[in-house]
Design a protein around this ligand. Structure first.
Ligand code: ATP
Ligand code: MG
Length: 229
């Protein structure tokens, strides 16, 4: 168990594998409540593998990763939905249901996670207004720009008021101007108290919006001073 209630993620001597290939060795770091942390590193350096291990898509076999109070080592699949409810997960490809409106996409998740009918509608609009989409609730994903679709995904990730948002290259498919707006949205969400862990290649924006940064390099995860890159 986590001793310090302010620690959201606690990684001790974790090694991350794909079958027999070691991707990352001896990973050690903590993320405290309210922090905003970037993960950078070359393509193939292990950023996504690390995030997947944190949210339990890749099973941890060596070392320890404690996520919001749950040990992920050899975690049983049946336990994952319970842990995932405390996390918001965002990918670069938007993964919205294309045959449902933005509101219906959110409602689907709310129903699936046990929300009562009478509070769903009010909260859909509240969530959409958090990401600036309150007037687009009835649009289908293909009727929105890439940036707007990513905003909808962020609203969906916020549904269960997650302790931490884990984002894997959330601006990977967006142009520079829209990417900056999405970064600013993450900063706003962080200011309101949600912890954020984001893998990104967007060096320009991480230099503009400085936060603690971890670097995946040669099988290790190291703290890096953003002014030195
Ligand atoms: N499902 C898989 N099975 C086997 N090896 C994999 C699998 N997924 C990724 N890998 C390998 O693990 C290493 C790390 O991949 P990962 O996707 O974590 O990198 P990344 O840092 O996220 O890269 P990118 O910046 O391109 O997203 C790579 O060598 C990759 O080929
Ligand atoms: Mg990746």
């Amino acid at each position: 168990m986590i001793n310090d209630i302010n620690t959201v993620i606690d990684i001790k001597d974790a090694s991350i594998f794909h079958r027999y290939n070691t991707i990352l060795n001896n990973v050690n770091f903590k993320i405290k409540k309210g922090e905003f942390v970037y993960i950078i590193g070359k393509t193939g350096s292990g950023k996504s593998s690390l995030l997947k291990t944190i949210y339990g898509d890749l099973i941890l076999k060596m070392g320890s990763i404690n996520v919001v109070g749950h040990e992920m080592r050899n975690i049983k699949k049946s336990k994952l939905p319970f842990i995932r409810r405390k996390l918001g997960i965002i990918f670069q490809d938007f993964q919205l249901f294309q045959d449902r409106s933005i509101a219906e996409n959110l409602i689907f998740v709310m129903k699936a996670t046990g929300w009562k009918k009478n509070i769903i509608n009010d909260n859909v609009l509240k969530l959409l207004s958090k990401v600036g989409l309150e007037d687009k609730a009835n649009r289908y994903p293909h009727q929105l720009s890439g940036g707007e679709q990513q905003r909808a995904v962020i609203a969906r990730a916020l549904i269960n008021n997650p302790i931490i948002l884990i984002a894997d290259e959330p601006t990977g498919n967006l142009d520079p101007k829209v990417s900056e707006k999405i970064f600013k949205l993450f900063l706003e969400i962080n200011k309101k108290g949600t912890t954020i862990l984001m893998a990104t290649h967007n060096y320009e924006l991480i230099k503009k919006f400085k936060n603690r940064t971890l670097n995946c390099i040669e099988g290790k995860v190291e703290e890096i001073n953003i002014n030195n890159i």
